[in-house]
Design a protein around this ligand. Structure first.
Ligand code: HSE
Length: 368
């Protein structure tokens, strides 16, 4: 049995990964060792079949270098500190990472096996040992539009995202709930005779005051939105927007870059990211043809009929959170160009957007 180390398993992505691995009984085929950056020596807080019941020090290079595989969901800061130290002393194990730090390294592969399984296998055969999960919106976009990419039908893609608070981390999720609570206190006297515009004015006045909870977001998200995610880069994009083109093309290993750009927006949902696409195809396709290509690509994508009832019941974060399915709907030809289509997709960014590709990468390595 391979020794597999887990770092960052208490965070949002790590917890979802563990949940999935327990559900799929993945721990039966590995010897899991759990690491901690703060509670070294304590007992692991759950019951799985493994030898080492004590939490190990996540900075102990000697123990880490004895492992066959390391999975880190601890974040870029940890990876930047530890990864190169291990490689420098000659550690030749597999490193599987959820953070973005290693994604642009030449010797890393961004993994999303329903999209790039053959490429991943080729890289394993070549001796590549570093595998990284992609950005959540990129992975979800590829899972939904995989058929069009596979048939090389996309000339360019423009995207607007609607990203949940959990994409920013647990503190941000908690803050969104505190903001909602604050707003609900102001509005808890609503009844039939309430003047709704008076309440709205009161809320609008109060959410920009100093006592509104905004330590993490800096501004209100509840009752508002934030059209900015991650840091600014030189060309006017945010880093989140930059990842769209870079990571998609790296995952697909394209020879000619497929242009992708758009605007990434944080909205006041807790979990699951949504995206609105404008797709320019290289050739004319009928609507049905396009839907068939999308639907037949993988078993998780699900084309939702373009009507109100199917859309509002199936194509929302409320319908998707906690599930592996990737609904895509609102597929229609746009009147701006005969080869332009729109589509809207939602996916649980903690599953296909983060934990699931890592879990599947581990399984692939174990069975290889
Ligand atoms: N960068 C993403 C976000 C994380 O901020 O939403 C993926 O969930």
């Amino acid at each position: 049995m391979k020794d597999v180390g887990f770092i960052g398993w208490r965070g949002i992505v790590g917890s979802v990964l563990l949940e999935r691995m327990i559900k799929e009984k993945d721990f039966n085929s590995i010897n899991a060792i759990f690491f901690t950056t703060s509670q070294c020596g304590e007992l692991i807080p759950f019951d799985i079949q493994n030898k080492c019941k004590i939490l190990q020090d996540a900075y102990n290079i000697e123990i880490l270098s004895s492992l066959d595989i390391i999975i880190s969901c601890q974040g870029s800061k940890y990876t930047s500190k530890i990864y190169s130290k291990l490689r420098l002393i000659g550690w030749n194990g597999y490193w599987i990472d959820a953070s973005s730090y290693l994604r642009s390294f030449t010797n890393s592969v961004i993994v999303l096996d329903p999209i790039n399984l053959n490429f991943i296998k080729k890289k394993i055969d070549m001796g590549i040992k570093t595998f990284v999960g992609g950005n959540c919106t990129v992975s979800l976009m590829l899972m939904s539009l995989g058929g069009l990419f596979k048939d090389n039908l996309i000339e360019w893609l423009s995207v607007s995202t609607y990203q949940a608070a959990s994409g920013a981390g647990s503190n941000f999720m908690k803050e969104l709930l505190l903001q909602m609570k604050f707003i609900s206190k102001i509005s808890n006297f609503i009844n039939n005779s309430t003047n709704i515009l008076d309440i709205e004015k009161n809320i609008s006045k109060n959410i920009i005051k100093n006592d509104f909870p905004k330590k993490y977001f800096s501004v209100p998200l509840a009752g508002s939105l934030i059209p900015w995610i991650d840091k600014k880069i030189n060309n006017g994009q945010t880093k989140e927007e930059w990842k769209g083109q870079f990571e998609t093309n790296k995952i697909l290993n394209t020879k000619n870059i497929i242009p992708i750009d758009g605007t990434c927006v944080r909205i006041g949902t807790l979990r699951s990211h949504s995206q609105s696409f404008t797709i320019k195809l290289k050739q004319q396709l009928s609507l049905n043809n396009m839907k068939d290509i999308i639907q037949s690509h993988n078993k998780w994508v699900k084309v939702i009929p373009n009507d109100m009832s199917h859309t509002i019941n199936n194509l929302t974060p409320a319908a998707v959170s906690g599930k592996l399915s990737i609904p895509i709907g609102r597929i229609k030809k746009l009147n701006i160009d005969k080869n332009c289509f729109s589509a809207f997709s939602v996916g649980d960014q903690l599953l296909w957007g983060a934990a699931e590709p890592l879990r599947r990468m581990l399984k692939l390595l174990l069975n290889y």
